[in-house]
Structure formats: structure tokens, C-alpha cells
Design a protein around this ligand. Structure first.
Ligand SMILES: [Zn+2]
Length: 293
């Protein structure tokens, strides 16, 4: 992953078109709405995730790692501890996925995706309106959002997408947890200490894999929502507009430079996790009169 902050001195990291540190008007509203939605749904998904994590199941996984590492009985030599710990972490997360709380978690992720999709459609119309001139038409953001959100109610593919993002969330968490368990076992941590450090990874404020995945999933959903709207409106040409805190990665900058793209082969955004670049296109607003003042 390349980010503008990590590569501030890299000459290939170029200035963004939409500077998130200096937003005005429509762009300020667009990004503050997205941020609020991401914060709200990160909280909801994190709460559902935490409700599912069961200390007894974590204790069983820790016992498995300790047995495999020979810590419990000191009979077996230390094998490939990292691989064993990762396997135990994966088994633990698979067990959590059979937990009754899984349905609530899956619903929370699906809802986050629906909000992202709806907002992406609203944003596409907001940007199209802005392209007519800053005061040409005014968007009723909340009415537009409610309308777009309702139209997604029966979109079954959101459930399939939720499962894909949940699999990524489990993978990311299994890696973090496997590393923590292996490290703790190597350091000779006690069983209780290992359980505590595992619980830290799974339910602490920086349950990083969960928040990271929600951000990435909702941004992807917003970009998909914009593309779906373009498709249904028969839009032919789509621009990529770079956005970031002052600077942007080379891939995003080159997609912007290559604009406009045919709607059939426009590059998929986000280019990387935490990418804030957006699509923009001219859309006939005649179908969206109910969204406008
Ligand atoms: Zn980007």
C-alpha cells in the first residue's frame, strides 16, 4: 500500500486535485458525509464483532497453540510456531463464524455496503450537478440518499459482497492474532497472558482489521454505486479525480491523467485501501428531479 503520507518526499507522489485538507462547498459536504457514515458503520460492525468474540473459544485456541508449541507438556520440540499459531488463529475465527452473533455481524457489514453504495450514487449526482456550475442546481442530499438506499433493498449481491469482505476481515484478524500468539509463546508467556493478548487483538479499540476492512469496503461500495448509476444512465465517459491530504500515489495520479475513460474500461477505484479518489461524469439530471431543489 502506498499512501501520500508515507511517500511525502517521493517525487512520483503527485499533488491531488481534491485536497482533503482544504475542502469547500460540495466537496466538503461529500467527504464529511462519507466520513460520518464510515465512523457510524465502523462502530456498528465493531460492536457486532465484539459481541461475537467468546473468551472460552479464545482460551481453547490458546491451549491448542501451547500444546503444539510444546509449552504445555514440554515433550515436543518447537516446530514452526508461526504456522501453528496462524492455524490455531484461523480455527478460532472459523469457530466464531459458527457463533450465533455471525448473522448480526453479516447484517452490519451488508448495511455498511448498502450505505456506501447509496452514497456513491448520491455523490455521482452531486458531482454531475457541480459540473454544471457551483450554483446551477442544489442537491437535497438526505432525500437523495433515502431514495438511493431504498432502491438497494432487494439487491442480493450485497450479501455476497458482505461475505467477501468478512472473509478478508477474518484473514486480516487471523494474521494479527497468529503473530501475537506465536510471539507470546516464544516469550514464554503464561496461558492467561496469552489469552489476554489474544483478546486485545480481537476486541480492543484498535481491533485494526475490522476498522480497516469497513473503510475499504465502504469506499469500494461508494465507487461501485457511482459506476452503477453511470451504467443505468448510459454515461459513456468517466473521469477519475484524485483526492488526498495534499498528495496522491502514482497509480491514482496516472488514472486521473488518463481521463476521460470509456465507461467500459475505466480503472476500478479504490486503487488501494484508504484511497479517497472519486469518479466524476456528466449525468443528465432529468431522472433525478426528485433529488434536486
Ligand atoms: Zn487514490
Amino acid at each position: 500500500m502506498r499512501t501520500a503520507i508515507e511517500h511525502a518526499d517521493d517525487p512520483r507522489v503527485l499533488e491531488v486535485t481534491v485536497d482533503l485538507g482544504r475542502l469547500e462547498g460540495m466537496w466538503a459536504r461529500l467527504f464529511s458525509r462519507r466520513q460520518e457514515q464510515q465512523d457510524e458503520h465502523t462502530r456498528a460492525v465493531t460492536a457486532a464483532w465484539r459481541a461475537m468474540v467468546d473468551r472460552d473459544a479464545v482460551a481453547m485456541a490458546v491451549t491448542a497453540v501451547r500444546e503444539r508449541a510444546g509449552l504445555a507438556e514440554a515433550r515436543r520440540p518447537l516446530g514452526d510456531l508461526a504456522a501453528e499459531a496462524l492455524a490455531a488463529a484461523r480455527a478460532l475465527l472459523r469457530a466464531l463464524a459458527d457463533h450465533t452473533g455471525w448473522t448480526a455481524l453479516r447484517t452490519a457489514v451488508r448495511n455498511a455496503l448498502a450505505v456506501g453504495r447509496a452514497e456513491g450514487a448520491v455523490n455521482a449526482v452531486a458531482i454531475a450537478a457541480e459540473r454544471l456550475g457551483p450554483h446551477a442546481v442544489q442537491l437535497e442530499w438526505d432525500i437523495a440518499f433515502q431514495h438511493a438506499y431504498r432502491s438497494l433493498e432487494r439487491l442480493d449481491e450485497l450479501w455476497a459482497e458482505a461475505d467477501t469482505w468478512l472473509a478478508r476481515m477474518l484473514d486480516g484478524t487471523a494474521s494479527d492474532l497468529g503473530r501475537a500468539l506465536a510471539g507470546a509463546a516464544e516469550d514464554g508467556a503464561s496461558r492467561e497472558e496469552m489469552i489476554d493478548s489474544a483478546m486485545d487483538i480481537l476486541v480492543s479499540d484498535d481491533a485494526a482489521a475490522v476498522a480497516f476492512t469497513v473503510d475499504w469496503a465502504m469506499t469500494t461500495a461508494a465507487d461501485d454505486g457511482a459506476l452503477a448509476l453511470y451504467q443505468s444512465e448510459g454515461v459513456q465517459r468517466v473521469d477519475v479525480i484524485t483526492a488526498g491530504d495534499g498528495r496522491v500515489c502514482e497509480a491514482c495520479a496516472s488514472y486521473e491523467a488518463g481521463s476521460p475513460w470509456s465507461s467500459l474500461d475505466v480503472p476500478r477505484l479504490p486503487t488501494h485501501p484508504t484511497c479517497r479518489c472519486v469518479y466524476a461524469a456528466d449525468v443528465s439530471l432529468s431522472h433525478f428531479a426528485a433529488w434536486l431543489i
